[in-house]
Every structure is written in C-alpha cells, then in structure tokens.
Design a binder for this molecule. Structure first.
Ligand code: GTP
Ligand code: MG
Length: 178
C-alpha cells in the first residue's frame, strides 16, 4: 500500500555538474550511478539531462536530482538557464589539464552571475588516478577552493576515489541547509 503523504514530503535537491568539456562530468555521474567506468571513448555530452539518486545521510534519505551538462562552449547559454534553481553545484576540472583548472575562475564568475547566492559549491579535481600525467598539484586546488570558500576534493571516475564521498558530502550539506 502506498502512502500519498510520503510523496508530498519528498524534497528534491537539484545538483548540477559543471566544468569544461572532457573533465569527466558524465563519467563521474555514471560511476556514481552504476559503478561502471568506460575508458577510451569520449563522446561529448549534447544537451542536458538528469539522474535521480537517493543518498542516505544519518538515517535520512536525501534525494539528489543530478544534472549532467554539456561542457562545450556552444552549449553554455543553455546551461545558464538551469543555474537559477540549483541547490548545489559540482564544479570539475581535470588534474591532467591545466587549462581546465585555469578556467575555474571563469566558471565561478558565471556561477555568481547566474546561480543563487546561497548555492552550495564543491570544487572537484577529477582524474586523480592519472599520476604521471598530472599537471595540477592538489595544493593548487585546495588553495583555490579556500580563496572562494568552497568545498574541495580530488576524485577519479576511473578508480572510484571519493566519488561516493563527494555526492554524500553534497547531500549532507543540502540536508542541513534545507
Ligand atoms: P562534456 O560532456 O563534453 O562536457 O565532457 P565530460 O566532462 O562529460 O567528460 P567525460 O565524462 O565524457 O570524460 C571525458 C574523457 O575522460 C573520457 O574519455 C573518459 O573516459 C575520461 N575520464 C573521465 N573521468 C576520468 C577519470 O577519473 N580518470 C581517467 N583516467 N579518465 C577519465
Ligand atoms: Mg559529458
């Protein structure tokens, strides 16, 4: 027997993945959703879509609606429309791609232009599994996050490092705030 009132009380936490094309937004979400990682083939996301995941925080179920955006420049104006009602933003760069890290300041600028002031932001340095190709030291990410007063983690969609933890941290933050 379903209880109609249960549905009424569900709070949806809208979370958006942002960052340059190729940093691993789709891979991170797929890893979190299915536990799988496909290496080698890169197909850039076109358009926008979401996946719903329930994360348990201190015995409470927190429902995250996670939007995967297209990082390519030509899709930016479409993405802006989704910022306004977002509760959390996961902003990714690729630790093997210095350019994607340098662009983070521009991304944070767009976020302050289009998102709500109280949006929860987490900066993620993805592809942390790529030891030898690393171009951005962990400390640089930490420092930038501190400067903008946002949370920070290094992740890997390939190894799974901090993937659950990152989404769990977002769910916990949103549960506390809302
Ligand atoms: P757009 O959709 O264009 O914005 O790109 P995206 O950010 O969704 O990137 P995507 O997840 O498609 O990943 C780009 C490429 O990087 C793919 O070839 C992935 O296999 C690879 N990749 C993603 N995450 C990781 C990671 O953590 N480690 C390694 N080694 N490769 C990764
Ligand atoms: Mg993608």
């Amino acid at each position: 027997k379903t209880n109609v009132l249960d549905d009424v009380q569900i709070v949806i936490h809208k979370t958006i993945l942002l960052g340059d094309s190729g940093v691993g937004k789709t891979s991170l979400l797929v890893k979190f959703d299915t536990g799988k990682f496909e290496s080698g083939k890169f197909s850039a996301t076109v358009g926008i879509g979401f996946t719903t995941k329930v994360v348990e925080v201190d015995d409470t179920k927190v429902k995250l609606q996670i939007w995967d955006t297209a990082g390519q420049e030509r899709f930016r104006s479409v993405t802006h429309a989704y910022y306004r009602d977002a509760h959390a933003l996961l902003l990714l760069y690729d630790v093997t791609n210095k350019h994607s890290f340098d662009n983070i300041r521009a991304w944070l600028g767009e976020i302050s232009d289009y998102a709500q002031d109280d949006v929860a932001i987490m900066l993620l340095g993805n592809k942390a599994d790529c030891g030898t190709e690393r171009a951005v030291r962990r400390e640089l990410g930490e420092r930038l996050a501190k400067e903008y007063n946002v949370a920070f983690m290094e992740t890997s969609a390939k190894s799974g490092q901090n993937v659950e933890l990152a989404f769990h941290a977002v769910a916990k933050e949103l549960k506390c705030r809302r």
